[in-house]
Write a protein that binds this ligand. Sequence first.
Ligand SMILES: [Zn+2]
Ligand SMILES: [Zn+2]
Length: 447
Amino acid sequence: MKDKTQKSFRGIARTLLLVFCYAFGSHTFALALEHEQTVETYKVTDVPNPRNESSSNWVSNPNQILDESYVWEINNMLSQLEDSLSIEVAIVALSSIGEDIPAEFAHKLFEHWGIGKKADDNGLLILLVLDQRKVTFATGYGLEGVLPDALCFRIQQNEMVPWFRKNDFDRGMTEGVRAVTLVLYGSDYEPVSQSTSDNYWKSASNTLWNFLANQSPMLWIFLILVNVLTYRMKVNKARPKDGSALAAIKVLTLYSPLGCLVLFFPVWPALIAASLWYKFYQKQRVILQSKTCDSCKAVALQLLSNELATPLLSASEQMEHKLGSAIHRIYQCTSCGWILRYKSVVGSEYKMCNQCHTIASKRISPWKTVKEATYSDAGLEVADYLCLMCGDKKQATQKIPRKTPPNSDSPSNSHSSSSSSSSSGSSSSSGSFGGGRSGGGGASSSF
Ligand SMILES: [Zn+2]
Ligand SMILES: [Zn+2]
């Protein structure tokens, strides 16, 4: 208790001193006081080299500006990049470098660490300086062709600065690194030291092959199974339920080979296969069946025009047709005169009337809540409906879905305990940068 009051007293005293300094014009003194209080200033030689910690670490984050989970993601991307293209990218996030200019600081640090492979000079340093609100890229000689200064600047402006402005350094840095890796993967960059052949497709297919080979066999079995099931489902839906013309018409009007896009599972092979099967094998058969008269078996069913069909529809069907709540089509056999009726209900605002069974019951009052939805129970609301066909009035009820509790799963801190404990046996696994030199290229953006 005593400690707390003492602390707050000290805080007040310090604030008063700051105000005093500003007020009396000793601006520099005030700045220095402020500085010493909040910010640690780094020199080039002070910045911890991430390669000393582990060979899969590319991020120097001594002030914990970036969240651990994002650092992990960035490290993954950069390790993969080094694996496939041997390019070394270092990320440095510092709260302050004092009065130093970030671009100069970045190039000095680049040289100091020797980022990039020695033979290729294929390094990149991304420096974030918080108090100056600046992000800087420094590129090695070998990367200036694929990462020209203008492109660096564009990546900063488009991918990083918008997040940095919102003080979301995690997202800004991650998006920036992602953009850089995409540019590098998409370019025809190839390190001299790794391969002398300039066959881009070979290296691209190697990368793809490595990626495919790295997936677990269970995932492949699962994906194939999902694809086979999807294909079977699609094919079954394209088969008319029986030999009648009506069943074939239903398939023709309702079936779509690609159907809904399934985003969660990659079932494109199944959808494409089903689509090809339908187009080249099934469709003509279904069309033929849809034209075959169930009565005389002649291929002579014809869709009647609106004028011819309307008198054959009941008053109720005509009403549905007019309201657009159902589609009615009438086919007639030109050989024996047999008539086929096809009805398809269309999603609309109309409900089916209980009295006359016409889909023409329309809501005429707003929904009124009878019972509020809670976190544990669904609610209930009512509204009045009027049938436009027979004039019958009724009250309809519908459920209000249960409330979902506010989401509480933010990025977990479960990793945080491992922040500095990765040193067990790290002496053997630690790496270093490859000795590349900075080319003086790069770009800086303020945010
Ligand atoms: Zn017929
Ligand atoms: Zn009715």
